[in-house]
Design a binder for this molecule. Structure first.
Ligand code: WTA
Length: 631
């Protein structure tokens, strides 16, 4: 097993080593894995092209490191515990041996169905153990998995399948989320009407509800598994071969397929997992994120399994059957480390203390948050009510593109400050830049958060469009990776993320491109144009505010709004539905036709008193109209 930092003094030393000599630092970390062939060179990099290679020439399979490597010492230890949506249904668990066998079996299923190294496979599944098995089975045969969150609707699903030209989709008949049942297979059928690349669909039976099976294309998971063996030789992968694609929203309407590769991602996911959470042998670790997001990839599946931990997967939602569900699960499985999103904390806090009281929560040792800034009040509530004042909270800042946690306390080691992600992890070299691209030195400064040196989990490309990767992350500030976040470094050198500086918003921890929502709204027959911005929302972090222009006046504006919501629901999914829709006669545009979102953001945020300079607008009167009717 790799090393773990044990004191703040050690952190400082390790940080210094990682900056003074990154290659020997990461080379040493990489020593502890099973490599079929050792790498020739730890790092080669160029942030202009960009071109980053870690552990070049190294050969490995990440699943041998997640599974086979642990069989001698922990074959009968639980690898994955699964808690179903409905507390009345029995849970399941798989030991490391069982998980190994199921992954091998499903890897054979994939091969039997024609999948091979380099193929792209879309996984669109509910939170059941088979989701993790499918992910690992893809990695085992060298197929590139592209997991799409099962809350996405058919429009978003089909564009992701199409962009990656997936040859296969792995799905389920349906899934449960609280009191709802979601007909996943029907959504896949709908999406595939537009995707010609898909030759095979494998369907896991979860709900038993009737589904259509397309002859020659669709097959059942259980039928295929019954024919497959549990012996499987892992595909030998190059360290820089693609491991997965994960789509994330950008400033244009089209999502970006963030690409991660085998060797660097493995080393980084494991190193950050062990150090940030201060994982101890035998700990039960629970990350509440869906595997459809990067947090689920790195800290529900890969990180914990690489470390030989017991990872818990929960199918349901925090508020069903009641708002005590998370706390009940923690007591039931004696969870030691709990990792969730600020939005969940805020919504559970709002339900009142009675839902927490019945539970002991005394197994907890470390708490974590991810995905958006945590406000001090939520931090204090989490600390006192859940952590009983004794559990450190790690506020972890990172991104789909970074593969793993970048700025975060090490639990119990880094002195905490609520609202601060605190300090960079070893190997992470942040820089704050002003608008002209000048690096701000020293402490007590605020700017745009960039990285000036690569770490092993860094994005390698955006699938099928390297130029997009360059333009989105490496072009704004030459020689730097640009995160898209604003950030302050205080007098103590502590980092506080202030939020996005581009046109993406964080809604309940989900990253959404405003352009993507606008595109969906514009699909409504009566909407000619729309502009979407975020506004501060007490639970969701950001709410979604949509300004829409209609083709012609509609007397029934309320009905129109309902239809508009349904349009977004059908194309993107329920989590992208605007909280507010305002019909406007025009949008504040400059003479060159650019929408001045700054103005809309202020109006949406209820702060229209000082809109700044509006003299460059084509029609300043539009602003007065919008203000008058703002909600
Ligand atoms: C935001 C999620 C403040 C940030 C892992 C980032 C955070 C975006 C934090 C990436 C945090 C993530 N404090 N903001 N601890 N963690 N963010 O790709 O704006 O879904 O750029 O990855 O979430 O979102 P993504």
């Amino acid at each position: 097993m790799g090393t773990r930092i044990n004191s703040f003094e050690e952190y400082l030393q390790e940080y210094k080593r990682s900056v003074d000599d990154p290659e020997s630092f990461w080379g040493r970390q990489a020593e502890s894995y099973t490599w079929t062939k050792k790498w020739d060179r730890v790092l080669g990099w160029d942030f202009v092209k960009p071109d980053v290679k870690w552990f070049s020439g190294g050969k490995l399979n990440i699943t041998e490191n997640c599974l086979d490597r642990h069989l001698s010492a922990r074959a009968s230890q639980q690898a994955l515990i699964w808690e179903p949506n409905n507390p009345a249904e029995k849970g399941r668990s798989l030991t490391y041996r069982e998980l190994y066998e199921e992954v091998c079996r499903f890897a054979n299923v994939l091969r039997n169905n024609g999948a091979k190294k380099g193929d792209r496979i879309c996984i669109y599944m509910p939170m059941v153990p088979e989701l993790a098995i499918a992910v690992l089975a893809c990695a085992r045969i060298g197929a590139i998995h592209s997991v799409v969150f099962a809350g996405f609707a058919s429009g978003s699903l089909s564009s992701r399948i199409d962009d990656a030209q997936c040859s296969m989709v792995i799905t389920a008949d349906g899934g449960y989320r609280g009191a709802k049942e979601i007909a996943l297979k029907a959504i896949v059928d709908d999406a595939l009407a537009k995707c010609v690349s898909v030759k095979r669909v494998i369907v896991y039976k979860r709900t038993g509800s009737p589904v259509q099976m397309a002859e020659g294309r669709d097959t059942w998971w259980h039928d295929e598994a019954a024919k497959a063996d549990t012996r499987n030789t892992a595909e030998v992968m190059d360290a820089e071969d693609m491991l997965f694609i994960l789509y994330t929203s950008g400033s244009t309407g089209k999502p970006k397929g963030v690409v991660h590769t085998c060797g660097g991602y493995m080393v980084y996911a494991d190193y950050t997992f062990r150090n940030v959470f201060q994982y101890n042998e035998g700990d039960v670790f629970w990350c509440t994120a869906d595997v459809g997001w990067v947090t689920g990839h790195s800290y529900l599946v890969y990180g914990p399994l690489l470390a030989g931990a017991t990872t818990l997967m929960f199918e349901g939602i925090p508020t069903w059957p009641d708002a005590g569900r998370f706390w009940q699960v923690i007591d039931k499985y004696k969870v030691n480390i709990f990792y969730t999103a600020p939005t969940a904390i805020r919504s559970l806090e709002a339900m009142g203390p009675d839902f927490v009281k019945p539970y002991r929560l005394d197994s907890l040792r470390v708490l974590g948050t991810v995905g958006e800034p945590i406000n001090e009040e939520a931090w204090q509530w989490y600390h006192e009510n859940i952590g009983k004042g004794k559990c450190p909270i790690v506020d972890t800042w990172w991104q789909t593109e970074t593969g793993g946690i970048m700025i975060s306390p090490l639990a119990g080691i880094t002195p905490l400050k609520p609202g601060f992600a605190t300090l960079p992890l070893p190997g992470v070299q942040p820089a704050l830049l002003d608008e002209n691209g000048k690096e701000l030195e020293g402490n007590g400064v605020e700017g745009r958060l960039c990285m000036k040196f690569p770490w092993p989990g860094i994005i390698r490309t955006t699938y099928g469009d390297h130029e997009r990767c360059r333009a989105a992350y490496f072009d704004t500030y030459k020689g730097y990776y640009f995160t898209g976040d604003g950030c302050r470094r205080d007098e103590d050198g502590y980092y506080r993320i202030t939020g996005r500086v581009d046109d993406v918003i964080k809604v309940s921890g989900h990253l959404l491109g405003t352009a993507e929502i606008e595109n969906a709204l514009n699909q409504h027959a009566d909407i000619v144009e729309s502009a979407v911005v975020g506004f501060p929302h007490p639970i969701k972090g950001s709410g979604i505010y949509a300004f829409v222009i209609l083709e012609h006046e509609r007397k029934d504006e309320e009905a129109l709004k309902k239809e508009a919501l349904e349009t977004v629901n059908k194309i993107m999914g329920p989590f992208a539905r605007p909280d507010k829709i305002q019909v406007v006669r025009g949008l504040p545009k400059t003479r060159s036709g650019k929408i001045m979102r700054r103005i809309l953001r202020k109006i949406a945020g209820g702060d229209a008193s000082n809109l700044g300079d509006t003299s460059t607008l084509l029609d300043p009167a539009v602003v007065e109209d919008i203000k008058a009717e703002a909600q």
